[in-house]
Structure formats: C-alpha cells, structure tokens
Design a protein around this ligand. Structure first.
Ligand code: PEP
Length: 253
C-alpha cells in the first residue's frame, strides 16, 4: 500500500497575518505546482484568512488549524468551531498536540470528541500522540501510545481511519533539539501501526499515514523519511522559515 507523505508546518503561537503573507510570498514560489508530497500549513487562527487568501487558486499547499472546539456553537468564550474553520478555508485540524494536552489539560476524552466533530465537518484531523521521557524510560511507551490511540479514536469506524493522519511526537523531542533516532522513530511508529491493526484491521492500518514530529530539521529529514513507517512530518520550529521548511518538504519527496 503506498501512502503519500504529508508534511505539515505547526506554527504554534507564531506568525501574524503580515508575517504569514511574507512566508507565503516566498514559499509558494518554491512550490507553485502540487508535488509528490502533501504540504500543509497550520498558522494561528487569526492568520488563517490571510493564508487562505494568498493560497487561493493553488492546490500545492493545504490549510490547517491548530485546534478546534468539538462544540457546534454557543456560549464557549474563546473557542472556534468546525464551521468557522471551513468557512475560512481550512481542510485539516491538528488535534491533541502535546502542548494542548500538557498546558491546557486536554485528555483523550475531549480529543476524541474533537476527532468526531472534525470528521463530521469533512475536515482531516492530524491527531497527535506521544510519550514523555519519564514514560519511555519507565517502560510505559507502548501502554501510553495504545491508551492514547484507543481513547482518542473511540467510536471511529475503520472506514473513517484512512481520513485521519496520526502524528507520533515524542514529547521529549518537541522543541528540544533532541530528535528520536530514525531507528527509534521507526520502531515506535511500527508499534503505532500495530495498534491500528489491532483496532481496525491490517488493510486500514496499512493505509493510515503516520507522521513523525520532534525537532525535524533539513539535516535529519531525509534519514527519518526513509523509514518505512514514517509517512511525513509535523514540524514546529523549523517550519517558521520558508527556506528551511521547503528543504524539509524536498527531503520528504
Ligand atoms: C511540534 O510542535 O509539533 C513540533 C514537532 O515542534 P518542533 O519541530 O519544534 O520540535
């Protein structure tokens, strides 16, 4: 089963609308046509309309939000719903990033509601999972990842799974400059795929794209992407510079 690599930029709380415009001015010139890789940008909410405006008429790069409420509408101050994201041109939503889990208390029950809401709206969830260093060192790696997958994917049908992207992001590798070795990432992502196989069957597990995230840089992207169970990247810091993100995308092709 061939899986198209998907490389996503998670800008976190960086990039104002004008900074987004400067980035796209440069980046879209590098990728004027669709490539062998699916490219996704996830600006902060307020920069989404500017990004959508500048990305109109091209299909090389898709647009993602970094979070979403599972609620449809109503008295939820500070939240953003699926309809709002769709209207500004999003096709993807990052869900359950470790910063959302650790800083804002999101757990698998909430993330599961968001996965359902995202799919119901026709958006593609980029579902993040990953273990802390203590959990890995304490022999809890497989337990933690299977719990996160079972919890956040509860009630999802096998037929829906190929429309979900999983991002394996070891928490100890996010923003730390410490990358999982290609062997570590491959071994873990092979395990993630085995959990998907247990939950949804072999055919579905073989179709689901699993990104690696955690200090991906132009210098380590090629070796990581050569691993059989790594189907792209979720990139934080190195995605803020158009040339550096372009080099990662090229490595992913
Ligand atoms: C991320 O935020 O998803 C991430 C992987 O960040 P960084 O690339 O900076 O480690």
């Amino acid at each position: 089963m061939s899986r198209k690599n998907v490389i996503a930029a998670n800008w976190k709380m960086n990039m104002t609308p004008s900074e987004t415009a400067s980035f796209l001015d440069s980046f879209l010139k590098t990728f004027p046509e669709p490539t062998a890789v699916e490219i996704v940008l996830a600006p902060p909410f307020v920069s989404l309309p500017k990004a959508a405006e500048l990305m109109a008429g091209q299909s090389a790069v898709g647009l993602s939000a970094q979070n979403m409420s599972h609620e449809a509408s109503g008295a939820f101050t500070g939240e953003i719903n699926a309809a709002m994201l769709k209207e500004v041109g999003c096709q993807y939503v990052i869900l359950g990033h470790s910063e959302r889990r650790s800083l804002y208390g999101e757990n698998d029950v909430v993330i599961n509601k968001k996965v359902h809401a995202t799919l119901a709206a026709g958006l593609v969830p980029i579902l993040c999972i990953g273990e802390s260093l203590e959990e890995r060192d304490g022999g809890q790696l497989e337990f933690v990842l299977s719990q996160q997958l079972e919890g956040s994917l509860a009630g999802i049908d096998a037929a829906q799974m190929p429309g979900i992207i999983i991002a394996y992001e070891p928490v100890w590798a996010i923003g730390t400059g410490r990358t999982a070795t290609p062997d570590q990432a491959q071994e873990t992502q092979c395990y993630v795929r085995s959990v998907l196989e247990r939950l949804f069957g072999g055919e579905v597990a073989a179709a689901v794209r699993i990104q690696y995230g955690g200090s991906v840089k132009p210098g380590n992207a090629a070796e990581l992407i050569s691993q059989p169970d790594i189907d792209g990247f979720l990139v934080g810091g190195a995605s803020l510079d158009p040339a550096s993100f372009a080099d990662i995308v090229k490595a992913g092709a």
